[in-house]
Design a protein around this ligand. Structure first.
Ligand code: 2IT
Length: 445
């Protein structure tokens, strides 16, 4: 495999898609050795076929705001790869959304979903619509307009969207409501639904819970007890909330959360009603964390800064891609960090990832760490297909087992000759092998 060749061809075909190229490069570097051991992959052009999405829908989303003005956004659904199951992945509503970010997310989702052990292919979608400061009615009208365009191309056995940044239970409700009105069927088709209409218990918590189950496995493999460890978390949305809940339950102390406006340091730990307050902050729609320090004066707000300057044992980026750069990585290591795990998708820049690995740090990538979210979406699909609802304990137990299994796959495929566990390699190789074998078995399609 000529990695540089593949990347430069890809760049020439799709100029400017820097995040997508970053995600592809990370996978190619990881899988190079096993790929070269399997000449049949090269013969079947598996890489060339894997780096192009099956198809992409791009569409106009016109809607009317509360003032009566017409707004126009762009909607997307990237159906990346369905070798192992229906396209599955979230919708992101955020001002930064473009084809590069959705292609990187769809590509990552393909391998992540393979790691979950469940039969799901990879997809992603969304819009450059920003929910920040929008009223409830505006969000509903936008979701309805989005769904009018894409409903024909999704379905319970073809493509199952879910939430991501800017898309939570409320948005899924509006999207699914419109979908049902148009499609005249009631078989699920979305995950992250409300509990009253087919949602799964533990789905809201699942990404954060799963991440902490995974981090706990990483620490246990090194005989380190998570109890009493300090944790820096970025973000304050659904994922940060679930991670804070489980970290606290496991006896760790979460000392930071963050937003686009800066970060909060709480020396007493974000626990108890402070965790629920994170939801209030999110629901305010203002996208800021500063009010936390007004409500809890023990905490300090650091305007315009990221939490990685704090001395902590565990760092968990939970916000957005490339939020932790190589300088942050250096600072964390100089401050004695023990474990860094991406909970956001591609939370660290490529340079930061390389640096963590070069320093033989306990570091794991988002596609392994945050796979509990989509895994629990898979469990929601199973419950919908069986027309039943599992109890919280049942779902949580399955989630826990899946995360242990993913950790096991990383150990099996990520061990370097010197004994270092390269979780990036482990996750990429394990995910790739499953997708590649499925593609080989199904011919040139
Ligand atoms: O990045 C992700 O895995 C998600 N946003 C969740 C996707 C899903 O289908 O639950």
């Amino acid at each position: 495999m000529r990695i540089d060749d593949i990347l430069s061809k890809l760049e020439a075909k799709h100029p400017g898609e820097s995040e997508f190229l970053q995600a592809v490069k990370e996978v190619l570097v990881s899988i190079e050795d096993v790929y070269n051991q399997h000449p049949e992959f090269e013969k079947n052009r598996i890489i060339e076929r894997l780096v192009e999405p099956d198809r992409i829908f791009t569409f106009k989303v016109p809607w009317v705001d509360d003032k009566g003005d017409i707004q126009v956004n762009i909607g997307y659904r990237v159906q990346f790869n369905n070798a192992i199951g229906p396209y599955k992945g979230g919708l992101r509503f955020h001002a930064s959304v473009n084809l590069s970010s959705l292609k990187f997310l769809g590509f990552e989702q393909t391998f992540k979903n393979a790691l979950t052990t469940l039969p799901m292919g990879g997809g992603k979608g969304g819009s450059d619509f920003s929910p920040k400061g929008k009223s409830n009615s505006e969000i509903m009208r936008f979701c309805q307009a989005f769904m009018l365009e894409i409903w024909r191309n999704i379905g319970p056995d073809t493509d199952v969207p879910a939430g991501d940044i800017g898309v939570g239970t409320r948005e899924i409700g509006y999207l699914y409501g419109m979908y049902k009105k148009l499609a005249r069927e009631n078989t699920g088709t979305f995950t992250g639904k409300g509990l009253e209409y087919g949602g799964s218990l533990v789905r809201p918590e699942a990404t954060g819970y799963g991440a902490l189950y995974f981090v706990n496995e990483m620490l246990k493999a090194k005989n380190i007890d998570i109890k009493g460890k300090t944790v820096a978390i970025s973000g304050f949305g659904n994922v940060a909330w679930g991670a804070t809940l489980k970290a606290t339950e496991l006896g760790a102390k979460v000392v930071t959360i963050s937003g686009p406006d800066g970060y909060i340091y709480d020396p007493d730990g974000v626990s108890g009603d402070k965790i629920e307050y994170m939801l209030e902050l999110r629901d305010s729609g203002n996208d800021v964390v500063a009010p936390y320090a007004e409500k809890y004066p023990v905490a300090v707000f650091h305007a315009g800064k990221k939490p990685w300057v704090e001395k902590v044992d565990i760092a968990l980026p939970c916000a957005i891609q490339n939020e932790l750069n190589v300088k942050d990585a250096e600072t964390l290591i100089n401050n004695g960090v023990t474990c860094v795990a991406e909970v956001s998708n591609m939370g660290c820049t490529a340079e930061a990832v390389d640096y963590f690995i070069e320093k033989a740090m306990l570091f794991a990538p988002g596609k392994a760490v945050n796979a509990g979210g989509v895994a629990t979406s898979g469990l929601e699909m199973s419950q919908n297909a069986m027309h039943i609802q599992w109890g919280a304990e049942e779902v949580d137990q399955r989630l826990h087992n899946i995360m242990r299994n993913i950790h096991g796959q990383c150990l099996a495929f990520g061990k370097d000759s010197n004994g270092y566990i390269n979780y990036v390699k482990g996750a990429n190789v394990a995910g790739f092998m499953k997708v590649a074998r499925a593609m080989m078995a199904q011919g040139v399609i």
